[in-house]
Every structure is written in structure tokens, then in C-alpha cells.
Ligand binder design. Structure first.
Ligand code: FAD
Ligand code: UDP
Length: 369
């Protein structure tokens, strides 16, 4: 007999399990169909002793002091500012595009005002920015759009930037200074012992029973529980009643190299259509480990496979909206997280969403008592 059955032991499921157990003294059964907890943040250690991210590079960054305060109960932090280089015209240049990028690519020596004028002269403004293509054209013009965004995006999503919401490429700003950090959030750091250890501490409570390698459908009618919390794909919960919601997948190719370092930044992006993968990641940059060997991964986008990315565009949002209405009619089920809310959430946004759902559940519990 459990108070809650939580489906998915990623950040969403772990946050709710922790809050419900510690604040409401609830008994929780937390299940995941993978053979580990942590969801996509899972960062195991290889037989060589190298930590890597099984589902691609995860860098924690946020402007939410509440989320930092919450997670800091379960981890110490190692400051880390992520840097990315893009392979363009035979050079490795910083992304987001900044002053260094433009001066290197065009062999110029512009100051910030000069760079702003350079971009203004190339920008193609639109009255209604309703796609990633229009957004990037309005910021940097066609040539830089083609060099940095079009090929990468077509590979990553299997769609042209013209077919994607502005919010997709809009994640990447343009800068007129030399700041080459990928993110500018106030807080940028990695959990000192990794994400899996942090999530392990969140769920280390006698009131939380964890079962991995278990699809919830195999246990849902065998255990008794008051309320379900679902963090998997929302369309799967409803057995694809209105058809499949598209999620983009990735295949990761990991290589251990017998040399201390192979690249000068955490990620190197490959926007060219001639290269089949989108980026290479060298995990030691992210983890801060010192080691004689190093692990790198390449990411090959796929249409089928584990669901990693909701695909932000109007028709998918409309289909999600139909599922959301079904979800709202479910009594006793809470849908939360990147797959269940069909939102291109970063980790901090998932934690914030889970904390908000917890507050709603706590209010319900108060009414009931
Ligand atoms: P998930 O981590 O996907 O967890 C859901 C869990 O539910 C999964 O483990 C799944 O196995 C389980 N599940 C689903 N269905 C069932 C079922 N029927 N039965 C049992 N279990 C089930 N965010 C950042 O902030 N910074 C980054 O740098 C960053 N990089 C990323 C890179 C990649 C390649 C990807 C894919 C994502 C990245 N993210 C990043 C986003 C981050 O991974 C997510 O925001 C976060 O991990 C989502 O947590 P979640 O709990 O909602 O979902
Ligand atoms: N993007 C791009 N070129 C780049 C980096 C990003 O075109 O060099 C676009 C691409 O569509 C990508 C999106 O911007 O999917 C968001 O990039 P981000 O690095 O945030 O993606 P994530 O880490 O979530 O995969």
C-alpha cells in the first residue's frame, strides 16, 4: 500500500518523491523502466574510472535561487562555465556567435560597436517572427544562419529551422562582446559528485522504495496506491489515443581515448551537413576529472529510439493540448516533467515544475486532512 506511485526516476520523479516523503511523510513507490535512476541526467563511471553522461552532455545552469537552494541540500557544487566551439569554414570558433567568432571568420578587428553595425547590416528583419529561421535571420543574416544554424538544426530535428518555433534556435543568443560562455545564467555549476549521486541522495529515504528495470504498466494493477505521478511521455500514458506525439531521439557513440585531452572545449558543434553527427563532447571538461584517459561522445540524431526532445512546433503543441485536456480529466494523476508536459525544459525548469506540483499536492493533502 503506497500513497504515491511515481513513474520515472529522473529529476521530476526524484524531486516529487523527495518532497512527498520528507514533507508529507508519504510512502512512495518510484519505478523506472531503465536499469538505473537519474533519467537523462544519469552519469555513470566507466571501467577506467571516467565519469560520463550516458544520455549526452548535461550542464546545470539556472537563474532560480529557489532551485539552487533546493538542490544544494543534496549536493555540493563545482563551478563550471560551459564553452562550445563550432567547426565552421575549417576553423573552430566560439558559439554563441560573439566578437571573437566574427573577427576570426572574416579576418576583422571589430570592436563591439563595429560588430553590432556588422550584424545590423546583414540582419533580415521580419514583422512576425514565427520560426527559428526568421529569428536567426533577423539577428545575424543569411550567411551566418547558413553557416551556424541551418545544417545543425536540420540534422538535430530532421526539420528545417523554418518549421520550428523561434524558441528552438532562440536558445542560442548573439553577443557583441567576447563572452564565450555557452550560458549566462547567474548560477552555473556541476554537482560535485555528479548528477546520479545527487539524485541518489534525494531518493535515499526509507519511505521511498525504488524499483528499476520496471515498466509501471507491469505493476500498476498489482500494487495499491492513492495517486499516480507520471513523468513519461504523455501520449504513451493514453496509449496514443490521438496519435503519436513526436519526440526526437539520439544515438550516442562513446569512445575512450588513451590520451589526457582531445578537444579544447566541452563541446564541438558540427553544423555542416557533410558531418552526420551534431556535436562531440569531452566529458572531463564537464566533470573536472583529471585522468590519463578521456571519454568523448558523438551525437547522431534519430527519428526513432528513446524519447529525448519534444519537438517545438505549432501542430505538435496542438496535439499535446488535446492530451493535456485528457490529462486534466484524470482524477488522481499528476503529469510532470519534460516528456509528460511536452516542454523543451532544462533541468532547473523540471525541478521548478516538480516543486510547483508538489505545492499543489500539499495543498490538496491539507484540504483532505
Ligand atoms: P527524464 O530524465 O526523461 O526521466 C523520465 C524517466 O521516466 C526516464 O528515466 C524513463 O525511463 C522513465 N519512464 C518513462 N516511461 C516509463 C514507464 N512507462 N515506466 C517506467 N518508467 C518510465 N538540461 C540542462 O539543464 N542542461 C543541459 O546541458 C542539458 N543537456 C541535455 C542534453 C541532452 C542530449 C538531453 C536529451 C537533454 C538535456 N537536458 C539538459 C534536459 C534534461 O535532460 C531534462 O530537462 C531532464 O533530465 C528531464 O527530467 P525528467 O525527469 O522530466 O525526464
Ligand atoms: N543550434 C544550432 N547550431 C548550434 C547550436 C545550436 O543550430 O551550433 C540550434 C539547434 O537547432 C539546437 C538548438 O539551437 O537544437 C538549441 O541548442 P542547444 O545547444 O540548447 O541544444 P541541446 O543542448 O538542448 O541539445
Amino acid at each position: 500500500m503506497y500513497d504515491f506511485l511515481i513513474v520515472g526516476a529522473g529529476l521530476a520523479g526524484a524531486t516529487l518523491a523527495e518532497r512527498l516523503a520528507s514533507q508529507l511523510d508519504a510512502n512512495v513507490l518510484l519505478v523506472d523502466r531503465r536499469d538505473h535512476i537519474g533519467g537523462n541526467c544519469y552519469d555513470p563511471v566507466s571501467p577506467d574510472g571516467l565519469r560520463y553522461h550516458r544520455y549526452g552532455p548535461h550542464i546545470f545552469h539556472t537563474n532560480s535561487a529557489d532551485v539552487v537552494a533546493y538542490l544544494s541540500r543534496f549536493t555540493a557544487w563545482r563551478p563550471y562555465a560551459h564553452r562550445v566551439l563550432s567547426h565552421v569554414n575549417g576553423q573552430l570558433v566560439p558559439v554563441p556567435i560573439n566578437r571573437t567568432t566574427i573577427n576570426a571568420l572574416y579576418d576583422l578587428n571589430l570592436d563591439s560597436a563595429g560588430l553590432e553595425a556588422f550584424l545590423r547590416a546583414r540582419a533580415i528583419p521580419s514583422r512576425f517572427i514565427d520560426s527559428s529561421e526568421k529569428l536567426i535571420l533577423s539577428r545575424v543574416g543569411r550567411e551566418l544562419y547558413e553557416l551556424f544554424f541551418r545544417g545543425y538544426t536540420r540534422k538535430q530535428w530532421g526539420l528545417d529551422p523554418a518549421e520550428l518555433d523561434p524558441t528552438v534556435c532562440g536558445r542560442i543568443p548573439t553577443r557583441s562582446n567576447d563572452d564565450d560562455r555557452y550560458f549566462t545564467d547567474a548560477f552555473q555549476a556541476m554537482p560535485a559528485d555528479g548528477f546520479s549521486a545527487m539524485i541518489g541522495r534525494m531518493t535515499d529515504d526509507p519511505r521511498i522504495e525504488i524499483v528499476t528495470g520496471c515498466d509501471y504498466r507491469t505493476v500498476a494493477d498489482r500494487v495499491v496506491f492513492d495517486r499516480l505521478i507520471f513523468t513519461g511521455p504523455i501520449d504513451e500514458y493514453f496509449e496514443h489515443r490521438y496519435g503519436r506525439l513526436p519526440y526526437r531521439s539520439l544515438e550516442f557513440e562513446f569512445t575512450t581515448v588513451d590520451t589526457p585531452w582531445v578537444q579544447s572545449a566541452g563541446c564541438i558543434n558540427e553544423p555542416s551537413a557533410d558531418v552526420p553527427y551534431t556535436r562531440t563532447t569531452e566529458y572531463k571538461h564537464l566533470t573536472g576529472q583529471q585522468h590519463a584517459k578521456t571519454i568523448v561522445s558523438r551525437e547522431y540524431p534519430r527519428a526513432v529510439g528513446d524519447p529525448y526532445y519534444p519537438i517545438p512546433r505549432a501542430d505538435n503543441r496542438a496535439l499535446y493540448e488535446r492530451y493535456r485536456k485528457l490529462a486534466a480529466r484524470e482524477t488522481n494523476v499528476t503529469f510532470v516533467g519534460r516528456l509528460a508536459e511536452y516542454r523543451y525544459y532544462n533541468m532547473d525548469q523540471v525541478v521548478a515544475s516538480a516543486l510547483a506540483k508538489f505545492e499543489a499536492l500539499a495543498a490538496l493533502a491539507q484540504v483532505a486532512s
